[in-house]
Ligand binder design. Structure first.
Ligand SMILES: NC(=O)C1=CN([C@@H]2O[C@H](COP(=O)(O)OP(=O)(O)OC[C@H]3O[C@@H](n4cnc5c(N)ncnc54)[C@H](O)[C@@H]3O)[C@@H](O)[C@H]2O)C=CC1
Ligand SMILES: CCCCCC(=O)O
Length: 486
């Protein structure tokens, strides 16, 4: 069986290569800080080699038939299916995923691969449209965009990397991918191994294990990639957008969130509590779509708070390898300190604590703050931690207004017993995605995934991703000589 720890190298032009930097970095288990493997960082020169390999390989890959590309993708599906348990175990050890979350992530990854089979034909389709010019035939081709630079974060590293890589490859592009190094195996090497085993020609996928300190902005400034697909914080996303804009490159930006969970005056509180606990605490809240604010109509407020706290108290916290665990470790000390600072600041400002959590090693047990002011720093900060903020609304209209009062616009949820009203209000929330009588963490490969405002630019999901990762070309043919007016 593949020992993924041995894949601690970059994958460039079809070869597993040691980094050439003098620097190394340990990939740690976030739960117990044990060393999973050590990576010698790839250098700027090796990144350049990867882009040149991708540029070269893409020329031939663009000419493959849809069947050839689908064959490779089917083989990748088989690889993930056969190695599922080993990959679940790696996600638990390398990313702090609970067994529950790791299985969700594998299922999302498989769904993404399966959906790619439905649009791989798109780049072989030619559409004819009428012309106003006598004797002219207008043909519209959909071509691959070329080389795509892909960057992914630490929280859903396998799925969020595959969400760019497989659409890019299915549509005839080549990829240079940089995962967050702290999850470099599940965010990069496992994917490279799967495509290598699947028979993907060398150079079409390249995975670089390195740190920004080593390569600087070279992923963003290299002239070869025509599109930068970035999933991560809004702060870095702005930088990606600026550099891409200056260099006239396309971007796919999936950024931060402050997703509201709204409980209206006619909601079923028991069902709302069930949904809120999942959408807030799965993966310890380290999800861009995670519930970041809970906004409850005053008529339901006390009942919701009491039942929510009661259920949160029962959540098993601790070792993510225990299948019963729901709240596992925070990814690293920097993120832990950010969470503890948010908690201390809220307490200093006198925000009321309904449930006091605590740090146990690298695990932060749930905190619940109540009577939170929607304008407060606590409510306006992306928490990315097991911290719940509950806000009281006087009316349903005020609840929706508060939901919109954020610079972000990724996901949202509304609980109500009147689903027609719920869908109407869902359209009033300025977010890319809104879910009625569900929580905010949802993604499906045939729906538009993406954010408004500071949550990003562009949409993943079929068919939106086809537009993002291809380029239309107009070819006209004069079937009879054209007369010109001069
Ligand atoms: N909208 C979405 O689908 C998602 C958004 N996120 C957001 O990501 C953030 C948490 O993840 P983090 O890893 O802390 O985000 P981050 O923005 O610090 O890093 C994300 C990735 O960007 C890389 N990166 C940073 N600067 C770079 C540069 N100059 N050149 C090349 N790569 C660079 C990092 O190494 C990492 O791989 C949160 O804000 C969360 O909301 C996380 C998951 C999904
Ligand atoms: C459940 C899917 C999670 C997608 C990545 C995110 O929203 O952070």
């Amino acid at each position: 069986m593949q020992r993924f720890e041995e894949l601690n190298k970059s994958f460039i032009n079809g070869e597993w290569v040691e980094g050439q930097s003098e620097c190394t970095s340990d990939i740690l288990n976030p739960y117990d800080n044990s060393v999973i493997t050590t990576v010698r960082l790839a250098t700027k020169k090796q990144l350049q080699e990867a882009f040149e390999a991708a540029q070269q390989a893409q020329k031939q890959w663009a000419k493959t038939t849809a069947e050839e590309r689908k064959r490779v993708i089917r083989n990748v599906i088989e690889y993930f299916t056969e190695n599922r348990e080993a990959i679940v175990s790696l996600l638990v050890r390398e990313t702090g995923s609970t067994v529950l979350k790791a299985n969700i992530e594998i299922d999302l990854t498989l769904a993404e691969l399966q959906e790619a089979l439905n649009y791989a034909d798109e780049i072989n389709k030619v559409r004819e449209v009428p012309s106003v010019v006598p004797g002219k035939i207008n043909r519209i081709y959909r071509l691959p965009i070329g080389v795509i630079a892909s960057i992914s974060p630490f929280n859903f590293p396998l799925y969020l990397s595959m969400r760019t890589i497989v659409p890019a490859i299915a549509l005839g592009n080549a990829v240079v991918h940089k995962p967050d190094l702290q999850v470099g195996l599940s965010g990069g090497s496992v994917i490279a191994k799967a495509f290598e085993e699947a028979g993907l020609p060398k150079g079409v996928l390249n995975v670089i294990l390195t740190e920004v300190a080593e390569i600087g902005d070279d992923m963003l400034t290299n002239p070869i990639p025509r599109l930068i697909s970035f999933t991560g914080s809004t702060a870095v996303g702005r930088k990606v957008g600026e550099i891409a804009g200056r260099n006239l490159k396309r971007v796919a930006l999936e950024l931060g969130g402050n997703s509201p969970f709204v409980v209206l005056s006619d909601a079923d509180v028991d069902k709302a509590v069930e949904a809120a606990v999942f959408g807030k605490f799965v993966h310890q809240g380290q999800i861009c779509m995670a519930i970041n604010r809970i906004i409850v109509h005053q008529d339901k407020y006390d009942e919701f708070v009491a039942k929510f706290v009661e259920k949160v108290k029962t959540l098993p916290c601790g070792d993510p390898s225990d299948p019963k665990t729901i709240v596992g470790p925070i990814i690293n000390e920097r993120q832990m300190q950010k969470a503890l600072q948010i908690i201390e600041e809220a307490k200093r400002e006198g925000v009321k604590v309904a449930l006091e959590g605590k740090r146990i090693g690298n695990v932060l047990t749930p905190y619940v703050f109540v009577d939170v002011d929607n304008a407060s720093k606590l409510a306006q900060t992306e928490l990315f931690a097991p911290i719940a903020s509950i806000i009281k609304a006087r009316t349903d209209e005020e609840a929706i207004a508060m939901a919109n009062d954020t610079e972000y616009g990724l996901s949202a949820a509304i609980f109500t017993s009147d689903i027609e009203k719920g869908e109407k209000l869902a359209l009033e929330i300025d977010s890319g995605m809104t879910h009625v009588n569900d929580q905010t963490v949802n993604c499906e490969p045939n729906t538009p995934f993406g954010g408004n405002k500071c949550s990003g630019v562009g949409r993943f999901g079929n068919p939106w991703i086809v537009e993002e990762f291809t380029i239309p070309k107009w070819v006209s043919v004069q079937k009879q000589s054209r007369e010109y007016p001069i």
